[in-house]
Design a protein around this ligand. Structure first.
Ligand SMILES: *[C@@H]1O[C@H](CO)[C@@H](O)[C@H](O)[C@H]1NC(C)=O
Ligand SMILES: *[C@@H]1O[C@H](CO)[C@@H](O)[C@H](O)[C@H]1NC(C)=O
Ligand SMILES: *[C@@H]1O[C@H](CO)[C@@H](O)[C@H](O)[C@H]1NC(C)=O
Ligand SMILES: *[C@@H]1O[C@H](CO)[C@@H](O)[C@H](O)[C@H]1NC(C)=O
Ligand SMILES: *[C@@H]1O[C@H](CO)[C@@H](O)[C@H](O)[C@H]1NC(C)=O
Ligand SMILES: *[C@@H]1O[C@H](CO)[C@@H](O)[C@H](O)[C@H]1NC(C)=O
Ligand SMILES: *[C@@H]1O[C@H](CO)[C@@H](O)[C@H](O)[C@H]1NC(C)=O
Ligand SMILES: CC(=O)N[C@H]1CO[C@H](CO)[C@@H](O)[C@@H]1O
Length: 434
């Protein structure tokens, strides 16, 4: 009798105890402890974080859970301050971590980020992180989105990032990264292995050396490549022309890539398929098969030291924006170079190599809005005939050698011819006014 009562009591106790245990917290105790520890390094966490001890219970703002495990931390633009402690590595069920645009979150990136084996999205853009990018990020085999841009990260780009075979988005822009772009060698990985990447953003760092030709291949799907604002030199590798965006234009290059990530600033959601390589010291001839990039929307090669003929754009039917300013291209007759570019809205070739009579063909491209060709060597008569596009808003031909003008009476928008011989006799007409 006594034994049975004891047994019943024990049973009840254990049932009760397990009941208490289950109900005490909706959060896995390990995860709760890790998050409490992270919280202790942060100021300005959302008020809900102080109301309960249980992140998944009445869920803390920015925390998402599944089966009592913390699966997502999204705390963009919260004025959070502090640093990211190693304990982040204990949240092993995390799928998504976004601390972006909290400039007062500082310190180094802990190598324990590499323990987050389930992580698909890592967005630490616009914080104050410094130090190097840990090699361990290369262990995040599920990662598809990596944005470390706009911090003060230094050191080299880890070659281990080449192991991120599911990576779709790689943004390391606007840091202080140095060294060359790592490519694979023997058994060591490299960025040439990122065959699913559509975005390579390396602009505004201090990267140096050549852009390795091995970086690009016909297996790649890149749609947006940014290298501008580095210390790169040498030639643009002709292999860039091998990159093919697969499928139809509308599928791969719809003109607008909308980011799912809520925290990315809205002013950068209008990325299009484009290649921006300006403001380096790239020299040599522009790749010969550039015109294989038939889906390219924007081509900006301004402010380099490119030589040789102007690039052939004849098959680049998607091009909307072209800037070839401030290079050292061979002199070229405009009528030989211009071909029909059915999507072009803006053509910029300042300090360019164009000479002879400017063909009026460029003004009749159906979508052309701006033609900015100051400081070339156009001469003879400038003829803007009635075939000009109704979109045309601005023609800037300052500082050429144009000696006469034939202007369609229907063109009422801006034309600038200051600095041409034609204006010495006509200082008082609108197109000769500064
Ligand atoms: C929660 O996790 C289970 C497996 O653990 C998974 O099947 C389910 O899709 C997850 N739910 C969400 C919303 O992620
Ligand atoms: C960052 O910290 C500085 C100094 O403590 C403060 O003035 C600034 O407002 C903070 N910035 C943000 C975005 O919280
Ligand atoms: C975070 O800050 C604490 C002091 O507040 C410091 O001890 C720790 O090393 C810092 N951690 C990192 C990763 O910067
Ligand atoms: C690029 O185009 C040229 C002809 O313009 C062609 O010979 C070459 O094979 C093309 N390259 C690729 C990779 O398609
Ligand atoms: C070309 O160089 C000049 C002089 O350095 C500069 O003012 C201009 O902005 C440059 N043009 C472009 C399109 O970058
Ligand atoms: C215009 O320039 C070209 C080459 O620079 C020259 O051959 C031609 O004679 C010039 N034409 C006029 C009308 O000055
Ligand atoms: C343009 O010339 C006319 C006379 O030909 C003169 O009355 C007028 O003031 C001039 N305008 C300017 C802005 O110089
Ligand atoms: C949130 C939670 O787990 N609630 C459970 C608490 O325990 C009772 C009885 O064991 C369950 O019915 C609840 O679902």
């Amino acid at each position: 009798m006594g034994f049975r009562a004891t047994a019943q009591l024990l049973f009840l106790l254990s049932f009760f105890a397990s009941g208490i245990h289950l109900n005490l917290s909706a959060t896995d105790p390990g995860d709760a402890a890790e998050l409490q520890s992270l919280k202790s390094h942060w100021q300005n966490t959302p008020p809900s974080w102080d109301q309960t001890e249980d992140p998944c219970g009445a869920p803390w703002v920015g925390v998402t859970c599944n089966n009592s495990r913390i699966t997502s931390l999204k705390l963009p633009c919260m004025s959070l301050a502090g640093n990211l402690s190693d304990r982040i590595g204990g949240l092993t069920e995390l799928r998504s971590l976004d601390l972006s645009f909290n400039p007062n979150v500082t310190g180094s990136l802990t190598p324990r980020l590499g323990d987050l084996k389930n992580l698909k999205i890592l967005i630490l853009a616009g914080c104050g992180f410094s130090g190097s990018i840990p090699d361990e990020l290369g262990n995040l085999a599920e990662l598809s989105f990596l944005a470390l841009n706009s911090n003060i990260l230094s050191g080299r780009i880890p070659a281990s990032l080449g192991k991120l075979s599911k990576l779709y988005w790689l943004d390391l822009a606007e840091n202080q990264l140095t060294g060359t772009i790592p490519i694979s060698k023997n058994s060591s990985p490299g960025l040439d292995q990122l065959l699913n990447a559509k975005h390579f953003h390396f602009n505004r760092n201090q990267l140096s050396g050549f852009i390795p030709p091995e970086l690009f291949s016909s297996d790649m799907m890149l749609i947006h490549v940014l290298f501008d604002g580095n210390r790169l030199e040498g030639e643009i590798p002709s292999t860039l022309g091998l990159v093919q965006t697969r499928g139809s234009v509308s599928e791969n290059c719809p003109g607008f890539v909308f980011l799912v990530a809520s925290s990315i600033r809205t002013d950068i959601i209008h990325f299009v398929c484009r290649s921006r390589l300006n403001r380096n010291a790239l020299s040599g001839e522009v790749l010969k098969n550039l015109n294989n990039l038939t889906n390219l929307n924007e081509l900006n090669l301004a402010n380099n030291k490119l030589t040789g003929p102007l690039p052939d754009l004849t098959k680049m039917d998607s091009l909307r924006y072209v800037d070839l300013s401030n290079n050292s291209f061979d002199s070229s007759e405009s009528s030989d170079w211009f071909s029909t570019l059915p999507s072009l809205t803006t053509l910029v070739i300042e300090n360019g190599p164009l000479q002879g009579t400017l063909t009026s063909k460029v003004f009749s491209f159906p979508y052309i809005q701006q033609v900015l060709l100051r400081n070339n060597a156009f001469n003879g008569t400038f003829d803007l005939d009635d075939s000009f596009s109704p979109q045309l808003q601005l023609v800037d031909l300052q500082n050429n050698q144009i000696s006469a003008v034939t202007l369609s009476a229907d063109y009422k928008n801006k034309l600038i011819l200051v600095g041409n011989p034609v204006c010495t006799g006509l200082p008082n007409v609108s197109f000769c006014q500064p």
